[in-house]
Design a protein around this ligand. Structure first.
Ligand code: NAP
Length: 330
């Protein structure tokens, strides 16, 4: 254990003992129940959202002590509280981010230690709550970094990703005019929200410029890396400083495009309560692709790794599904 103490009681958790391809290194196994350190809480996991970041962790992003868990987004019921925590009580339902670096397991487990949390407001389902944290935090931080303001015309490239979908809503809330590129899965919903939507792929420059009546003020790239940054710079009138990518750091450095790690902006977990409030009010929604029992984690991982998740993939430890139980049980 790197941070928290452990008990003799065990639980099921998905984790890795060495770096490598997620399908090769991840296993579900019985692990000691972690105890929350000061400033942490433990929850009984109701729902856990998977992210591409989980697979990056397996491949060595943020190297550290092993073993470690995956599943960064969590909704659960508080069942233990570390010292110095005063804003929640045992029995409260919270959403938040797992302490993936300070603990030997994370959210894809029966119980999880959280580093950041807020209460789940009335009206927000556990699945929708678990879909929020990482996507909303990344989208918010990126929109803030770009300094999106009322009246700006902003392109969200890859708005069919969960981060992009959240970014469209946050940019619209700022009063921006939003153009979105997306596949067919979420294009109708994005248009309903108020974005002007077009497909990504060949001809993107002409299509976006036609929708915007010329270059846009700002571009946020949330799409999986696909060699599109030169076209996005063109859409931003040729100015790479008006483009921010959260995915293609190599090309960004070559082109002078801004990226997550060039910004030096701290993570915005302080906004979790606001994200939850917006979600409960129906103003911030992260689409869910599919919900699986925890023991079907491998199927959920395969879909995410395909690059076409089409929404958040959610794991639920208590979900019973006879078909999936038979097909995916380890
Ligand atoms: N830098 C950071 O801090 C940070 C944080 C979180 C995530 N990320 C990265 O941001 C990206 C998005 O994360 P996510 O969790 O939102 O991903 P995700 O929802 O799993 O992304 C999958 C979606 O990407 C879309 N897509 C696939 N190929 C595309 C292409 N060539 N162009 C545009 N869209 C494409 C597809 O939507 P359609 O149905 O529209 O095709 C697909 O459903 C990932 O690469 C992730 O690693 C970075």
């Amino acid at each position: 254990m790197t941070g928290s103490a452990e008990s003799a009681v065990t639980m099921q958790a998905v984790r890795f003992h060495e770096f490598g391809e997620p399908a090769d290194v991840l296993v579900m196994e019985a692990v000691s129940l972690p105890q929350p350190d000061a400033g942490r809480i433990r929850v009984r996991v109701i729902a856990c959202g998977l992210n591409p970041a989980d697979w990056a962790l397996c491949r060595g992003l943020f190297a550290g002590k092993m073993p470690r868990g995956v599943g960064l987004d969590v909704c659960g019921i508080v069942d233990a509280i570390g010292e110095d925590v005063q804003d929640v009580a045992v029995g409260d339902t919270v959403l938040g981010a797992a302490d993936y670096a300070g603990c030997t397991s994370a959210g894809a487990a029966e119980q999880a230690i959280l580093k950041h949390w807020t209460l789940v407001p009335a009206g927000l389902s556990p699945e929708n709550a678990a879909a929020i944290p990482l996507s909303a935090e990344t989208a918010f931080r990126s929109i803030e970094s770009l300094e999106v303001r009322h009246g700006h015309t902003v392109l969200i490239h890859g708005a069919g990703t969960t981060v992009g979908f959240a970014a469209v809503q946050l940019a619209l809330l700022k009063g921006a005019r939003v153009i979105a590129t997306a596949g067919t899965t979420h294009s109708a919903k994005l248009a309903e929200l108020g974005a002007r939507v077009t497909a990504y792929g060949d001809g993107i420059v002409e299509r976006v410029m036609a929708l915007a009546d010329g270059p846009v003020d700002l571009v946020l790239d949330t799409a999986p890396p696909s060699n599109v940054l030169p076209e996005l710079v063109e859409i931003a009138g040729g100015d790479p400083k008006r483009v921010l990518t959260i995915t293609d750091f190599v090309a960004a450095n070559e082109l002078g495009v801004r990226h997550t790690f060039s910004e030096g902006h701290p993570e915005r977990w302080d906004m979790l309560e606001e994200f939850a409030k917006l979600a409960a009010e129906g103003k911030l929604f992260v689409p869910i692709a599919e919900v699986f029992p925890l023991r079907a984690w491998r199927k959920a991982m395969e879909i995410s790794l395909s690059g076409h998740a089409r929404g958040k993939l959610i794991l639920k430890p208590d979900l019973r599904n006879a078909r999936l139980d038979q097909t995916y049980a380890e």
